[in-house]
Design a binder for this molecule. Structure first.
Ligand code: ATP
Ligand code: MG
Length: 438
């Protein structure tokens, strides 16, 4: 016996029937993006390691301990499986001069990789939908990207302020953060005994991130820390008020969370998260904010930007826990071909039906043949199809197919001509259960 190989821990297979849920979600996402004028981008999964080190900041969870990095075996280049989407999109924007004629609204969907401890809602390969709006400085686009998430919730049957909550903060500008930073370090130093090793280490490298600590005693000290919001100058304040007034006008409930700092260093001004109570510790479904310094930091011509990333696994878990995922789609018809000699003619008819948009599954024969009529009907029934299409010897001789209901036990069977499939294909897919309606 050869050893069976298992997949990589924390990296999941997506199989039927779950894959149908993801396909449904993908369609809803694309539909919303199209209505909002966002254009799709696909960037490589592998990027130079330096992109993330420079983009996200050295002293971040991701860069310090979560990246899958390796040397290219052929030339030694340092490469990394992307842990998030923004850095790659910004790199591509710079490389292809995408902003030469003004701003861009972009979105992406795809896998991300982080070496974390796998648990519910936290995996080593996971998937994100994200948007990046590049080139516009105003609070209007900050509000727009948040409203876009709200539109997505509505598209998926989630209610903001109930199933998902918006938390909002402003990180101000670098000079305001510097003043706050001094006050923050002083605050934490005065209570150094409550800090864990990680907080002590970050106290001087990145004290803002200490606010983000999950350690209880550190959290307690963070609770009373000086608030960045109180250090904002008039311009940052006006920007934040601009975002808030649009959200209020559009009826988006939110909570000001002065401790919301986000995991990457690149953010400034507006930051936000959409959180839920239904996923335990992994409650953040979507997070984002403004990152006006990143494009320049990655070597481009300075330009403002704002965006967010949303975890698809967490969104699916949330929809599942609330029972909001649709039932997987079922075929309209299941085709049974009892007479092997009829197979070619049956395939021609099925091809025409599928071209007309009808969802048809063919009963495929096993090594022992197609099986008894009874077992074929059992399979037909289990497929969820509404009709069985029977391509028997008599039918074929008459150039016809029999349509039998799989849902209404005593509904009479009907025969339809194979030469004029287009006459009855629309009725077949329309949704009735009775062959007479076809
Ligand atoms: P967390 O605090 O939960 O680790 P994060 O701040 O690291 O989240 P972001 O980098 O902002 O997360 O990524 C955006 C979203 O991607 C998160 O809100 C979450 O929904 C999802 N996400 C992040 N890491 C994972 C992971 N390891 N597994 C599954 N989803 C994830
Ligand atoms: Mg994280």
């Amino acid at each position: 016996m050869v050893d069976r190989l298992a997949g990589v821990k924390g990296m999941n297979d997506l199989l039927p029937p779950d894959s149908a849920k993801w396909e449904w979600l993908d369609e809803r996402v694309r539909s919303v993006m199209q209505r909002w004028g966002y254009l799709g981008v696909r960037t490589p999964i592998v990027e130079p390691t330096a992109l993330f080190v420079r983009g996200l900041g050295e002293v971040t969870d991701i860069v310090e301990k979560e990246m899958y990095s390796f040397a290219d075996r052929l030339n030694g280049d340092q490469l990394t499986l992307r842990p998030e989407g923004t850095a790659g999109v910004v790199r591509a924007t710079i490389e292809h001069n995408l902003l030469y004629e003004g701003g861009k609204r972009l979105y992406y969907v795809g896998p991300m990789f982080r070496h974390e401890r796998p648990q519910k809602g936290r995996y080593r390969q996971f998937h994100q939908v994200g948007v990046e709006v590049l080139g516009w400085p105003g609070p209007d686009v900050d509000a727009e990207v948040i409203l876009l998430v709200r539109a997505l919730w509505r598209e998926l049957g989630l209610v903001e302020g109930q199933d998902v909550h918006l938390e909002l903060n402003s990180l101000g500008q670098p000079s305001e953060r510097a003043a706050h930073r001094q006050a923050l370090i002083a605050h934490f130093q005065a209570q150094a005994g409550a800090l864990d090793e990680e907080a002590l280490k970050r106290l001087h490298t990145n004290p803002l991130r200490v606010l983000d600590s999950k350690h209880p005693s550190v959290q307690a000290v963070a609770e009373t820390a000086p608030r960045l919001l109180d250090f904002l100058g008039p311009e940052s304040r006006a920007h934040f008020d601009g975002v808030r007034s649009v959200l209020e006008a559009c009826g988006v409930p939110y909570r000001l969370n002065p401790r919301l700092v986000r995991g990457m260093d690149y953010y400034n001004l507006t930051v936000f998260e959409w959180v839920t109570d239904h996923l335990g510790a992994q409650g953040t479904v979507c997070g984002g904010g403004r990152y006006d310094g990143l494009i320049e930091q990655l070597g481009g011509k300075s330009a403002p930007a704002v965006g967010w990333g949303l975890g698809i696994e967490r969104l699916v878990l949330l929809l599942e826990s609330l029972g909001r995922l649709p039932a997987p789609p079922t075929p309209d018809a299941y085709a049974i071909v009892p007479d092997a000699g009829a197979l070619a003619a049956a395939m021609v008819a099925l091809d025409a039906l599928r071209q007309a948009g009808v969802r048809v599954v063919l009963h495929a024969a096993s090594e022992q043949g197609p099986g008894s009529m009874k077992s074929q009907f059992r399979k037909a029934d289990a497929s969820g199809a509404r009709f069985a299409l029977i391509f028997g010897h008599d039918e074929l001789a008459a150039g016809e197919v029999t349509i039998k209901s799989l849902r209404v036990a005593d509904a009479p069977q009907e025969r339809r001509p194979l030469s004029r499939v287009s006459d009855w294909s629309a009725a077949l897919k329309a949704g009735g259960d009775n062959p007479a309606s076809v």
